[in-house]
Every structure is written in C-alpha cells, then in structure tokens.
Design a protein around this ligand. Sequence first.
Ligand SMILES: [Fe+2]
Length: 200
Amino acid sequence: MASRFLNRSHFGRPENRGNLMTIEEANALLEEWVPNPKLRLHMRQVAGNMKAWAIEKEGADAITALKWELAGLLHDADWEKYPDQHCKVIIEELEKRNIDPDVIQCIASHGPAVFGVEPKTSMDKMIYAIDELSGFIHAAALIRPTFYEGLTVKSVKKRLKSPAFAAQVSRDDIQDAVSKIDISLEELIQFIIDHQKDIE
Ligand SMILES: [Fe+2]
C-alpha cells in the first residue's frame, strides 16, 4: 500500500471556525460512505468517548463537545471506500464543506505514524489515544459471553500483552498516544469501557 502520509500541516481554513455540521448530517454521510455497520459502530463509539471526554474532563461547552463528537464520528469515514487514500478523502470533503479547521486537524491527527501529522491540541491527542483502544476494548468485549458486563481493566491489559489478540491493533501506537496525555492507560481503559458499553 502506498504511503498515506498527508504531507500537510494545516487543515481547513481559520475563517471556518465554528462551522459545524449536525450529528444527523454526519450520520447521513456515514450511511452513504460506510456500508459496513461494524465500522459505523466503531465511529459512533469513538464519537461517544470523545464527546464524553470533552464534557466530563475538559468542561467543554455544547459547540466544543460537538466538535469532538464530529471528529470521532467522521475519522474513518473514507476507510471502507478509499483504503489507499484513507484520511485524505474525508479531509478534502470536510474542507469542501467549509467545516471547522479544528475538526479536520483532529481527524488528520488520529494516526501520526500513518498520516504523518503530529497531534497538537488535546482533542487531537485524545482521538489518537481513544481510537485504537476503543476498537481493542470492543474486540475484548465481543469474545466474552457477557460482553461488556464484568469486563475489567485488568483483563484488557492482559489482552494487550498477548500479541495474537487483535493483532492489527498497534500496541506501540497505544503506548505512544497514552504518553502524550495526562492520564494513565488504566484510567483511559476504564473511561472507554464505561462510555462505550451501551453505544449501539
Ligand atoms: Fe478508527
């Protein structure tokens, strides 16, 4: 696969700050771009975690919380149809729609090793940390008879140490992402379990 480095450091335009779309509009885009319901669920889970983090940990107002939620909801929107150009296509679509640059920058930051964009803001850092861990925790829940019920931080950490489990999830990325934020891996795992367990 060709490099997916974006080779850019600025996304969107400053004059579009505050231009957002509604969650309904973002969901309509997902319905069109992402036929795979499991991938749509992943994006709703990342969105739910992002929104909850913004409100509970950053004291975000409604507009800021919507930015965090939209970035989560749309971050993999082009993954299914344009895997070779993943990230580039959704970024350009959001730029065309004059969406807030913070949201676009955040999406561009969700995989520094893949897209070559360093997370700057706390929204950027959190999408990087939440994205891989959210998918990993969901995989850990799916193999349990009781699903999220009784899923512990300890068991997630044990699975992280087992390379064969959800092997596509980069443990290095998780470690790198957590090193950029102020909370521990354990606290973040618990936060994600608590906030994504009921998202359907
Ligand atoms: Fe993702």
